[in-house]
Design a protein around this ligand. Structure first.
Ligand code: TYM
Length: 323
């Protein structure tokens, strides 16, 4: 029996290379060896996007991104969260076992709460909805970037709380985080994130990608200077695209001196463009066959829903709402 894998991405903006290397690449690499459930967290996105057209477009964009990156609907079940309204029902049962101070400790909430005093209840409750996503499917592993690790721990805690209150029901999921890509840096060296405006879009136009790459922040060393690659924001992104000899010889050019930041950026731009070329072509196919994308999501939604049917009955029985 294959272990079950589950993960998702919010359709809250354009996918960037941090999402790809931190998460999507793992989904693709693992789809053969795990019973995979990969979804689009559209309920989560409503915490920040309250515009019908933007949300619907973003949902389809993430679906196309998944497919273009190599997720195969015959191997992984691809669906959108809102096709499983049961997750909100389960989140409610969990809410009633969760204290406010416990949720106040969540870093995502603390970050948002710092910026805006009028944080919505959905955002506050975000980790509990995420716990429901994970636990409802009996997931064993949850591949994510390190910013989601705390949320997977919240899911484990919540499973324990429910099991203690109503009897053994949920298994405890594990996060799966790959060290080298746990925090993909953005063009300013901080974690790449939509909210920092420091992203390189995965499916941007040539121009958008060039602009992002040329905007990578560096120090003011001259081309002839010797440079420490480990202190260079350009090099840390090269590391995502280059391996073996190619990476070693670039490293040597840094430490020998003579490689200017402009040249390093030009090289990185070329690496990114050639890396995404086949994915772009695939994405273009789906862009022209959007009904196929919608059908993939519908079929995936039906499968994911069937999967949780018995579990939801069991949960309702345990809670006492099934008469
Ligand atoms: P989201 O949409 O913010 O991010 C999607 C995935 O991309 C990873 N990621 C990164 N990894 C490495 N370096 C970065 N700079 C970087 N930026 C983003 C994230 O860690 C994540 O894995 N709450 C989730 C969506 C969600 C979910 C779930 C995930 C909802 N329910 C259940 C797993 C299981 C989120 O907002 O991810």
């Amino acid at each position: 029996m294959k272990k079950r894998l589950l993960s998702g991405i919010q359709p809250s903006g354009i996918i960037h290379i941090g999402n790809y290397f931190g998460a999507i690449k793992q989904f693709v690499d693992m789809q053969d060896s795990y019973d995979s459930y990969i979804f689009i967290a559209d309920f989560h996105a409503i915490t920040t996007i309250q515009n019908r057209d933007i949300l619907s477009k973003n949902i389809l964009d993430v679906a196309m991104d998944y497919l273009a990156c190599g997720l195969d609907p015959n191997k992984a079940c691809l669906f959108k969260q809102s096709d499983l309204p049961e997750v909100t029902e389960l989140a409610w049962y969990f809410n009633c076992l969760t204290s406010m101070p416990y949720l106040e400790r969540a870093t995502a909430y603390k970050d948002a709460g710092m910026k805006a005093k009028d944080v919505n209840v959905g955002l506050f409750d975000y980790p509990i909805l995420m716990a429901a996503d994970i636990l409802i499917q009996d997931a064993d592993v949850v591949p994510v970037g390190s910013d989601q690790q705390q949320h997977v721990e919240y899911a484990r805690d919540t499973a324990i709380k429910f099991n203690n209150a109503f009897g053994e029901t949920f298994k405890l999921p594990e996060s799966l985080i790959i060290k080298e890509v746990a925090i993909v840096p953005g063009i300013d060296g901080r974690k790449m994130s939509k909210s920092y405006g420091n992203t390189i879009p995965l499916f941007g136009t040539d121009e958008e990608i060039r602009k992002a790459v040329m905007g990578i922040v560096t120090d003011s060393k001259a081309p002839s200077d010797i440079k420490d690659p480990n202190e260079c924001n350009i090099f840390s992104i090269h590391k995502l695209f280059l391996t073996g000899n190619a990476l070693e010889s670039l490293k040597k050019r840094y430490t020998d001196g003579g490689l200017g930041y402009k040249e390093s950026k030009d090289m990185l731009y070329e690496e990114i463009i050639s890396f995404i070329k086949p994915m772009r072509e695939k994405r273009e196919y789906y862009q022209n066959n959007i009904d196929e994308v919608k059908k993939i999501l519908r079929d995936g939604g039906a499968k994911a829903k069937l999967n949780i049917k018995n579990k939801m009955e069991l949960i309702r029985n345990k809670v006492g709402v099934n008469l």
